[in-house]
Structure formats: C-alpha cells, structure tokens
Design a protein around this ligand. Structure first.
Ligand code: AMP
Length: 430
C-alpha cells in the first residue's frame, strides 16, 4: 500500500533534531523566567475574528495566509497564525489586567500555521517562542524585551546578530505617513504588482514589504517615515536607542522596516543572522510595540510590546554553525541483564536508579551478546553500565562499570545509589 506522507509545508521533528528544539525552547524559557516573565498557553484554535480584528485586515496573514474553516457547528475558526492576538484575547477575557501588576509579562511557545509558499526557512506549520509585556507604556519596557531577545540569541552562541530597529511613530505620525505614501504611490500604482494594488487600497504602508523586484525601485524612492514622526515619538525612540547603547546592544536603524502586522506602533524591530555557511533563512525573530490591539479585542486601552522567534530558523542556524554539538543527550546508566531471568531484576534496579537516584536509565531487553550491549551503551553516550546476571540476583548486588575508565566494581543494591553518586562526583571533578 502507498505510504501516507506529511502535509506540504509541515515537517517531522525527531531524534537529534528534537533534542535541539528541546534545548532551544528550554533555554528561551529559563532566560525569560530570569526576566520575570511567566508562561501562558492559549489554544491553537481561535475564532477567526481574533485575528481579523487583532492582526488586521490589511496584513498578508489575514488576507492570504490563514487556515480558516467552519467547524461542524458552523463556527468560523482559525489555526493561530501568530500568538500575540490570541494572548491579548486571553488577557482581556480573563481580566488579567485587573488582577496582575502591570506590566503583565508572559512568554509562550508552540506551533503556528500560515498558508505560505514553502521554501528555505519557511514552513506552513512552524514553532514560535515569544514574550509579551502588557500594560505599561514606558519605553524601558521595549528596551527590556529587546535586551531579553538579544540575550537569548547570545546565550545560544549566536554572535554578530543584527538588530534592525525602526519607529512607526504614534497614530498621528502614521496617519500623516500613510497619506504621504498614498499621494506618492497614486502615480505609480498602475505599474505595480496586483498585491500592491490591493495594499494601496487597504493600507499603503504594507506596500513597503513588497518583495517583487520590479516594484523595488519605486518603493526605494517612497517617502521615509522618519520625516513624519511626531516629536513625542522621536523622543521615545531616542530614549530606547540611548538605552540600547548603554546596555551595549548593537543596532541598525532600518527606515524601511514596517512589519507585516497592522497592530504595531512606535518601536518595531527584527533580528537577522547569516549562518557561517552563508544561508539566509530570513529574520530569526521580530517584534514591536502595539498601542490599540487590546482595544480592538474589546479590552481596555493598554499598550504592549513583544517579540517572537522562529524556532525552525534558529535551529537551522545553530546546526549550520555547529553550535549543537554539546547538547547531545546522554544516558547516565545502561542496564545489561544477562539472561531472561535477569530482566525483572533489571527492572527493579532501574526503579532504584530512576526513582531513588534520579539517574537517567535505560535497559537492554534484547537477547544479545554482552559485546553488543556495550556498543549500544556507547551509542547512547552512557556513562555507566550496570550488569546483572544470576550471581548478582542471588547476592542482591550489581556490577557497575565506568565506561570511560573501563573499571568495574560489585556493590550491593543498598549501596548502589550512594556508590553511583560518588563515582559521578569523581567523574565531574576530573
Ligand atoms: P512574525 O510573526 O511574522 O513577526 O514572525 C516571527 C518570526 O517567526 C520570524 O522572525 C521568523 O523567524 C518566524 N517565521 C515567520 N514565518 C515563518 C514561516 N513561514 N516558517 C518558519 N518561520 C517563520
């Protein structure tokens, strides 16, 4: 029978790659906890309106990329194409702003879905990790979020990450800029791509994101946002840039950076990194400040700032740069039962090691020669082998073999955990 393959744009994650995802995600979580962010898990399924109202009708995501379908009860549902709008829905619905100190600091991790053309670094189901800091408008919240993102990337070993940053200004700055763009593009739009034509109607700011090469020269000559920023927004942006300088976070101002989601205002930023192999997977993370998102979802007027990393892209650059070599998972103990009757005894020993000692333990249940068992122990990067046969069963003991030193001793079951603790300590000191 023909085998069934995975859906286009999705990918299976297993073996060493799964270890890499675990490593990256747990590092991101633990550093975010140091910055006093707490985990949150919104559902994958939301009503369509969360994203139409949240992300915005003029965004590519809502216009073209959402997995939206009616469920059997006729509800219009969407598989989340991003986290921020769903988190804002969660905060509003559960009135977190009334019970928590502001800002509410949340992190999240999980799959998102976008119907895009699959290519290098671009999937239809991919994973994001990100944070949101909600409810306090001080520019230092933007700084804290950027510093957190930068620290995570440095802790993963990525050196020379480019932080591109820009300001979209406040509402009046953006209105003025939008009008200026409308005026400029009105004489060019007839010669631009179909996508730009509808962007022109919905939100001319989106035209700046166009990737069609023939449109680029027109876009490159468009008015720049810097000329339309209000004095307050300019001051806010300067405060943020000054703080980044003091905190030694290198940045590049990119006036073309507008981000594809409608909810952004004031600060927007992206992280770029070219792997040592030269592969460019696109932005590895991005984010910004948002003013009106919570109101769009029926909540109070509370601003926020956040970022989102693409885990697939980060794992790809780490792999290319050989920064995942040290994360190979190791088994502490590999138990080798000699003969059928030693299998149950091996289970008892495993309970002692796992529950009593906290040792990551695996057992070989295959009827195979001792030599093969040692090969498997090596493949699992085991530190110790515990060998049990008839003799050991009869004397309530086990043989512990240090696989690095190739030395072995016999110990009673009662002494097993203590002895192993000692041997592990010795190994760590050397
Ligand atoms: P965005 O929500 O569009 O700002 O995306 C945040 C991050 O998610 C980006 O910087 C990418 O690292 C990642 N990302 C976005 N789209 C995709 C995709 N189709 N496949 C893989 N990663 C993606």
């Amino acid at each position: 029978m023909e085998i069934i393959k995975n859906v286009k744009g999705t990918h299976d994650i297993f073996a060493e790659e799964n270890d890499a995802y675990d490593y990256v995600e747990s590092l991101m979580k633990s550093i975010s906890e140091l910055y006093a962010f707490n985990g949150v898990r919104p559902p994958v399924l939301e009503y369509n309106s969360v994203f139409v109202r949240g992300v915005g009708e003029s965004s590519d995501i809502v216009r073209k990329e959402m997995y939206t379908f009616p469920d059997k009860g006729g509800r219009d549902l969407t598989l989340r194409p991003e986290f921020t709008a769903g988190i804002m829905r969660l905060v509003v619905q559960n009135k977190l702003y009334a019970t928590s100190e502001l800002p509410i600091k949340l992190y999240y991790c999980g799959p998102v879905f976008r119907y895009e053309r699959p290519q290098l670094g671009r999937y239809r189901q991919f994973n994001q990790f990100g944070v949101e800091s909600i409810g306090n408008n001080a520019p230092m919240n933007d700084v804290e979020v950027i510093v957190l993102a930068y620290t995570i990337l440095s802790s993963l070993g990525l050196e020379g990450v480019t932080l591109k940053i820009n300001t979209l200004g406040d509402e009046s700055s953006r209105d003025n800029y939008r009008n200026a763009l409308k005026k400029y593009f009105s004489s060019h739009i007839g010669n631009m791509c179909e996508d730009c034509k509808s962007r022109f109607e919905l939100n001319p700011l989106r035209i700046l994101d166009c990737k069609v090469p023939e449109d680029r020269p027109i876009i490159d000559h468009a008015p720049k946002i810097g000329d339309y920023i209000s004095i307050e927004s300019k001051q806010r942006f300067d405060t943020i840039l000054e703080a980044l300088e003091v905190l030694q976070i290198p940045y590049e101002i990119d006036e073309g950076l507008v981000r594809g989601l409608d909810y952004y205002s004031e600060t927007v930023f992206e992280f770029h990194y070219k792997s040592k192999k030269g592969a460019d997977y696109g932005a590895i993370g991005a984010g910004g400040h948002y003013g009106k998102l919570m109101q769009e979802l029926g909540g109070p007027e509370l601003p926020g700032v956040g970022f989102s990393f693409g885990i697939e892209r980060i794992v790809s650059v780490l792999k290319d740069d050989e920064l995942l070599e040290d994360i190979k998972k190791k088994v502490d103990v590999y138990i080798m039962p000699l003969g059928e009757e030693a299998n149950l005894y091996a289970q008892e020993i495993a309970v002692i090691l796992r529950n009593g000692g906290g040792y990551k333990t695996d057992i070989c249940f295959d009827k195979t020669k001792l030599g093969n068992m040692f090969k498997r122990a090596t493949n699992k990067n085991a530190k110790f082998a515990v060998i049990v046969g008839e003799e050991e069963i009869n004397t309530d003991s086990v043989i512990i073999k240090d696989l690095a030193k190739q030395e072995q001793i016999t110990v009673s079951i009662d002494e097993l955990v203590n002895k192993l603790d000692e041997l592990m300590d010795e190994g760590d000191e050397e």
